[in-house]
Design a protein. Structure first.
Length: 318
């Protein structure tokens, strides 16, 4: 039986007018029809992408200009596409926060990105290889999978993975689908070795206050909601005193300060959704502010402009 060659999908904006390149890339239904990230180019946009399916994994090579990338809780709730992505940085760098975990990925390293968890990061113009791992594959190779998001692997371990990725990519034109699984397994073996060598060997012990803080945040997100969250509601829902809650959020400046920060960040995110254009009054009510003026005062104090001014600035940037 004659084996089939590996199909390589290619996309480039090089031949398009500069003013149409970003929209052409954004509207491309790959690898999913719905957007995976919220993105903002930070320099004139250009991209070249090539991809191939090895066996279970999608293998991608990307050359792309500088960009801000964000995956929000709303993006995750509205999507059934939640793989683990391994990004290998050949040229350039990326840095940001992945679900509260700061990370810096320089050239010559790789990092794990869990699309089931929030993230925001900035990348310079870069050349990368990426592997898109279905969750069941990731769980089979990396335990615990919860340790993956934002984990950066550097040094010799990263060098071995990048060398293997370069070799595999160079051979895509000559290997066939029958042999691709061997290259895929070799990449996974090296990635797993890097993960084991880099991940925290034991999770830190969680104090009672840290546990209560985590329970309170889960109750806010999945129970009472940000708009209705208060010390009284949370203490009643969790069966603890207001003083206990206050102690759990001491590092945040107290529960009230934590809630205000969350609400203002949520307002900022809503203002960036220009196609939705939620009224300021409705936003203030939804997020738990007493009235639009309260939201406006607090927003100006944190961000230096009013909500309406912020939305206007975003529309100009867009």
């Amino acid at each position: 039986m004659v084996a089939s060659p590996i199909a390589i999908d290619r996309f480039s904006t090089a031949d398009l007018p500069p003013e149409t390149r970003y929209d052409a890339w954004l509207q491309r239904s790959w690898p999913r029809a719905e957007p995976i990230y919220q993105t903002w180019p930070t320099e004139p946009f250009d991209v070249r992408m090539e991809s191939a399916v090895l066996d279970q994994l999608l293998f991608v090579r990307t050359e792309i200009t500088a960009m801000t990338w964000e995956r929000r809780a709303g993006d995750i709730r509205g999507s059934d596409f939640q793989p683990i992505i391994v990004t290998m940085m050949l040229e350039g760098q990326a840095q940001g926060t992945l679900d509260g975990r700061p990370f810096l990925e320089p050239a010559g390293s790789y990092h794990f990105h869990d699309l089931a968890r929030p993230s925001r990061h900035d990348s310079t113009a870069s050349v990368t290889y990426s592997l898109v791992l279905p969750r069941d594959v990731a769980k089979a190779w990396f335990t615990p999978v919860e340790d993956l998001h934002g984990l950066v692997v550097t040094g010799p371990m990263a060098g071995a993975v990048l060398d293997m990725a370069r070799s595999t990519w160079a051979l895509l034109q000559t290997i066939d689908t029958q042999h691709a699984s061997r290259f895929e397994r070799a990449l996974l073996e090296l990635l797993a070795a890097g993960f084991e060598a880099t991940r925290p060997m034991a999770p830190p012990r969680t104090s009672a206050e840290e546990s209560l803080r985590a329970r309170a945040i889960e109750t806010i997100d999945l129970g009472v909601g940000l708009g209705r969250a208060s010390a009284a509601n949370l203490s009643r829902s969790l069966g603890v005193s207001v003083d206990q809650l206050s102690s759990a959020f001491r590092a945040d400046g107290g529960l009230a300060a934590y809630l205000l920060t969350r609400r203002l960040n949520a307002a900022r995110d809503a203002l960036m959704e220009l196609d939705r254009a939620e009224p300021i009054g409705g936003m203030a009510h939804r997020l738990g502010f007493s009235d639009p003026a309260h939201l406006s005062r607090a927003f100006r104090k944190k961000f230096g402009v009013s909500p309406r001014e912020y939305r206007r600035l975003e529309s100009r940037a867009d």
